[in-house]
Write a protein that binds this ligand. Sequence first.
Ligand SMILES: NC(=O)c1ccc[n+]([C@@H]2O[C@H](COP(=O)([O-])OP(=O)(O)OC[C@H]3O[C@@H](n4cnc5c(N)ncnc54)[C@H](OP(=O)(O)O)[C@@H]3O)[C@@H](O)[C@H]2O)c1
Length: 360
Amino acid sequence: MSELVIYGSYGYTGSLVAETAVERGLDPILVGRDAEKVTDQADELGVRARVASLDTVADRIGDAHTVLNCAGPFSETAEPMVDACLEVGANYLDITGEIQVFERLKRRSDEAEEASVTLLPGVGFDVVPTDCLAAHLAERLPEATHLALGFDTSGSLSTGTLKTAIEGLGEGGAIREDGRLHQVPSGWKTREIDFGRGWRTAVTIPWGDVSTAYTTTGIPNVEVYSTFPESTRRTMKLQRYLAPLLDTKRAKRLLKRLADRYAENPSAEERADATVYVWGEATAEDGERVVSRLRTPHAYALTAETAVLCTEKTLDDDAPTGYQTPASAFGADLILEVPGVERTDEDVRAEDGDIRAENE
Ligand SMILES: NC(=O)c1ccc[n+]([C@@H]2O[C@H](COP(=O)([O-])OP(=O)(O)OC[C@H]3O[C@@H](n4cnc5c(N)ncnc54)[C@H](OP(=O)(O)O)[C@@H]3O)[C@@H](O)[C@H]2O)c1
């Protein structure tokens, strides 16, 4: 039987994923380290539960066909879970957006191939829509050398996402340049972008596509942008000077405690109402440029949808073995299978061609 294990299923996002999986007729085994939380959740959803920490998980998932890891930060959980998956021969999926996690798992592709296992991190909002858009743009302009991706959302972040971001504090920003990952200051480049609802100010962020878009498309220069209110953009720049203070275990512990106390997860109403605007642009050496856009549901609602969609396809043995990105595994049109997602293409004329970006 093709058993599905969801690990970290009782977290905010894991709960949305587990509910969506059950709604879609899957019969997952929920696994986590807190016995009470995982059994209560499984009883409520009418599915099976098992208790396991990362140290013991290999002994508890021997029957798994596919494991969907929702326990983050993935800098802590991905490698131990991949070890367990390789040991038992199960496919591994997760919802990370952490650049270094993608890079580390990519280096394990041969190991996964030998074990006939798929390693497919990033099946959430970060990176499914942008990865699919990157693949689509590369199909539209095969000679592209530069890729810019971005999103415009007014939605709030979950406590777990905030804590994962705190874990990365001090690392600054990241882009890909000439095929190599390149560290840049936080909020490094500012650009005016029309995400599909007028011009907005956006800044570069260290988003997962800086790793994955290169794997998917081979385009050697990648930047990812997001809109932020002016006050947040100023704080991002301030971070450059505070980085040495923030990059300590003590400061991160304190900030995570504050996140636990004061941050609130996005409500069901917020998830139901929001639209996210995703934009991508590929540019060739001769200046030719193509732009495509997506409109998607709220980032966390979309994460539950894309995570379960990629899991269903993996359970159906549709995913190639070895390290994969969402679009390398399932193609550029994967995102169009999610209800409520629309894609539009724009042909950019030379006279439209002012790219209003500046380094700060
Ligand atoms: N790619 C995307 O678009 C996307 C979207 C949503 C979320 N995420 C990421 O997903 C992660 C979870 O987010 P969330 O909002 O669900 O956070 P959350 O509510 O804090 O849930 C975190 C879950 O992970 C478990 N966990 C954490 N560290 C663990 C460890 N060392 N061993 C075992 N279990 C561990 C927690 O279990 P305990 O309660 O037992 O600690 C909990 O079940 C974050 O890293 C977030 O950035 C990514």
